[in-house]
Design a protein around this ligand. Structure first.
Ligand SMILES: [Mn+2]
Length: 318
């Protein structure tokens, strides 16, 4: 049986669903979860969301986010996890056993297939694309609110439809969203608005930037000394999302790497590729994962050690 058919059967045969996604949810996580929840509710199912409280305000674009909670004591028929390739980074991992059936819907090439049913397609740009397929499978029209959540999902995971993960299918799906809503520019402005702290951090990143292999690799970092008031609070951390794109965009750059020190002293590495260079392979060497063009990992090393290791590892494959 085709996997999507298995997902449809599992949804049809059950009535109470718990929806989960990864920690520090991004636009695709929040967008795909809410669009999925609205689909389930449209076909008469009960839905609860257990979502990391660190969802940033700019992603709460519609009412469904008011239903988010951080924990539950309930028992469900099935647990659906969206946009999370690894149960290690799943928020509410203990709730994987809150129901007898686990369904994983995702688009990470490194997905660990930790569900009973794993609907994983790494050829699509955003998990929201799979949710659109499910609306079609159930013949449920996409509501005005669901359209906003699907826009959030697709626009953020594609860098506003500029990344190489975008296909004609992404645009065909998006065209339908534009037929439903005419205020997507307003929503986009809300999603993308940033704080002045973003510019302060950008200054630090430029100051620390180092170029390797004739500019084919750019690396930079932020340590505690760079953080406003010495800490990277959640609000400021959210401002750093996608800031690496300023490095990736430099002419001649094939790989960009940004290291951020966490409160615990662990380094969080973000890697981006402009070419066929597969940064998920590099991330996997350090115990992380992601996509071929966007990947990451966490490691307990200091900045100098890690930059030397990455220079060697990336240099061997450039
Ligand atoms: Mn995603």
């Amino acid at each position: 049986m085709e996997t999507i058919t298995e997902v449809i059967r599992a949804i049809e045969q059950n009535s109470r669903f718990l929806l989960l996604t990864h920690k520090k949810p991004d636009g695709d996580a929040v967008g795909s979860v809410c669009a999925m929840g609205l689909l389930l509710r449209a076909i008469g199912k009960e839905v609860d969301y257990v979502i990391d409280g660190r969802v940033t305000e700019n992603l709460k674009i519609e009412k469904e986010a008011a239903r988010f909670r951080c924990e539950t004591n309930d028992i469900y028929d099935a647990v659906i996890v969206l946009d999370c390739g690894d149960d290690e980074i799943l928020y509410g991992r203990e709730y994987l056993s809150a129901g007898p059936v686990r369904i994983v819907i995702d688009h990470h090439a490194t997905n660990r297939q930790y569900g009973d049913i794993n609907l994983v397609d790494d050829a699509i740009a955003a998990t929201g694309e799979l949710v659109v397929d499910l609306y079609d499978a159930f013949q449920v029209p996409i509501s005005c609110e669901a359209a906003a959540w699907l826009y959030l999902s697709l626009a953020t995971d594609t860098g506003n439809f500029r990344y190489s993960n975008v296909t004609a299918q992404t645009h065909f799906k998006m065209a339908r969203i534009y037929e439903i809503r005419d205020d997507l520019a307003v929503i986009n402005r809300q999603i993308e608005a940033y704080d002045v702290s973003k510019l302060i951090y950008l200054g630090k990143i430029i100051e620390h930037m180092q170029s390797y292999f004739d500019g084919r690799l750019l690396m930079s970092y932020l340590t505690r000394a760079d953080y406003i008031d010495g800490v990277l609070d959640e609000n400021h951390e959210a401002q750093l999302q996608n800031i690496i794109d300023f490095m990736r965009g430099v002419e001649g750059v094939e790989v960009a790497v940004l290291l951020k020190m966490t409160a615990g002293g662990t380094l969080k590495a973000s890697l981006r590729s402009n070419t066929d260079f597969d940064v998920a392979v590099i991330a996997a060497e350090f115990g992380g994962g992601g996509h071929s063009k966007a990947a990451g990992f966490d490691v307990d090393l200091n900045v100098e050690e890690l930059m030397a290791m990455l220079e060697k590892s990336i240099g061997e494959q450039l």
